[in-house]
Ligand binder design. Structure first.
Ligand SMILES: [Zn+2]
Length: 512
């Protein structure tokens, strides 16, 4: 059985086959349908997203024996010749290798001859931006007043290099990168057709790795199929392509979250000894931290992450603040940019990893400023006396005004997450945030005990909302009768004062 490359086999033959270019497709289809054929089209966009395929489909639409039609038959001799690339009336020119004026002059002479056996003579010029300036000028003359049977389709990956004079005379279509999900669907279709089993995350990986190019996805897919033995899995891909396993990355980042530099360096050694290249490890680390940053920012969609969020270690997902993750990503990308010029790539990587082992201690300048403000607040409230320290929330929360807003948000979140916990939190006598300690006081021992058991969940919610890295401290306060009568006693004091100033006596006591 001869093997046909998937990218060739799956080359789109009709407008509806073109993946992920809905706008281009619908516009082209309706203009063919309405008979509004331009003399020059300019297809721009990244490589491997279907520009040349679209040009050929357009040529078929125009020249199909049953056309012009937006659904070429693909069986008449004209369609077949165009598909095979041997139609005399559809001329494909690679701008990269035909850049000179003479090449364009040839076209200029040729266009004077009517098509051989079709309605239109279609010139498809790929990588048109590669033409020289004088070639462009010669071309301009041709597309200004072409014979009615001539259609030019220019394709380019670098639209900004195409002179404005050319652009303005073309109907322009901008092709987009193909969405990961669309690519994955296409790959799924192929696995069905060739009878290969494939894990969901493995196809996702291929789709993501293709960065928007369906052609690249098919090429990578063929490579993966060749070593997968009938069942494509992420593990096989990682092993065969020398990538770092997700488990390894999780372990590495867990050691960073624990601040364990020894473990980080040992683990990286282990990964490199398994044959992973230094640059690959840096790239995989960058991708890993990018995903953790996304998760940390509340993005869990698998189509964006490329993996299910729960495949990433909880300790890592919850171990770092957003600014720490941004900082890590910045350091990794910086090394990625510079590592190729390094005398010793491995040393550079180890230096990076050692620095990342201290990631937990990293604060950005705004956070440092916040900490200074908090500390200053504490110093000020501390100098006013120690009466606030035995649990009554009112005074302490004045020092940290945002405390109450956090409290409300935490309660709100908890109510949705776990009712029992939110009910227990409601019983807190006070919430005081001092430095990195969130102190909750309880007189009700049932709620207190429940919160002690579930403290991790509470502080996680608080930290997510506040952006802090606070610890939770739960304090028990005595429920004594004094507490209940504190305010009336203050009132009594005032009454006593009035009594004293006016030298009077109390006739009748009445509370409002
Ligand atoms: Zn046809």
């Amino acid at each position: 059985m001869n093997f046909e490359v998937t990218a060739t086999k799956k080359r789109p033959q009709s407008f509806d086959d073109l993946a992920g270019q809905d706008f281009v497709v619908s516009t082209l289809k309706s203009s063919v349908q309405a008979g509004r054929i331009a003399h020059a089209y300019l297809f721009s966009g990244p490589r491997g997203v279907g520009k040349t395929s679209a040009a050929r489909i357009l040529a078929k639409s125009l020249n199909c024996q049953n056309g012009p039609t937006e659904t070429p038959c693909n069986v008449c001799s004209n369609c077949l010749e165009i598909s095979r690339g041997n139609s005399l009336d559809v001329i494909e020119i690679d701008g990269a290798s035909n850049t000179s004026v003479n090449d364009v002059r040839e076209i200029k002479d040729e266009v004077l001859f009517a098509p051989n056996s079709s309605r239109y003579k279609v010139y498809i010029i790929d990588e048109v931006h590669m033409l020289s300036n004088s070639a462009f000028n010669a071309l301009l003359k041709t597309i200004e007043e072409p014979p009615p049977y001539i259609v030019f389709v220019f394709a380019t990956t670098e639209i900004h290099k195409v002179p404005a004079t050319i652009r303005s005379r073309c109907q322009q279509f901008n092709f987009r990168l193909v969405n990961v999900e669309v690519i994955k669907e296409r790959l799924e279709m192929v696995t069905g057709e060739i009878g290969v089993k494939a894990d969901e995350d493995a196809l996702f990986w291929i789709a993501k790795e293709a960065t928007g190019s369906l052609r690249d996805a098919y090429t990578l897919f063929d490579q993966v199929v060749s070593f997968s033995g009938g069942h494509i899995t992420l593990e096989k891909i990682r092993e065969k392509l020398g990538l770092v396993g997700l488990d390894d990355l999780n372990e590495l980042a867990e050691a960073m979250a624990a601040g364990n530099a020894t473990r980080v360096l040992e683990k990286s050694d282990e990964i490199l000894m398994n044959g992973v290249a230094v640059e690959q490890l840096i790239m995989d680390l960058a991708e890993f931290f990018r995903i953790i940053l996304f998760i940390n920012s509340g993005i869990h969609r698998e189509t964006i992450l490329g993996y299910a969020a729960d495949r990433f270690s909880t300790a890592v997902r919850e171990g770092f603040s957003r600014s720490q993750l941004e900082h890590a990503l910045r350091l990794i990308l910086e090394l990625y940019r510079n590592v190729r010029y390094s005398l010793n790539q491995r040393f550079e990587l180890e230096l990076l990893l050692s620095r990342l082992s201290d990631l937990k201690g990293y604060l950005n300048s705004r956070e440092i400023l916040d900490q200074i403000h908090t500390l200053r607040g504490e110093l000020v409230s501390g100098s006013m006396g120690s009466e606030g320290s035995d649990g009554m929330g009112g005074k302490a929360s004045e020092a940290v005004p945002q405390n109450d807003a956090f409290r409300e948000q935490v309660m709100e979140t908890m109510r949705k997450k776990k009712l029992t916990l939110s009910a227990a939190l409601e019983k807190a006598v006070s919430w005081v945030l001092e430095g990195d300690v969130l102190r909750l006081s309880f007189s009700d021992s049932f709620s207190e005990n429940l919160l002690r058991r579930e403290s991790a969940e509470v502080i996680q919610v608080f930290n997510e909302i506040s952006g802090l890295q606070a610890r939770l401290e739960i304090v028990h306060i005595q429920e004594n009768s004094d507490t209940d009568y504190e305010e009336p006693r203050e009132e009594d004091d005032q009454v006593a004062l009035v009594q004293k100033v006016f030298r009077g006596e109390i006739v009748r006591g009445e509370s409002r």
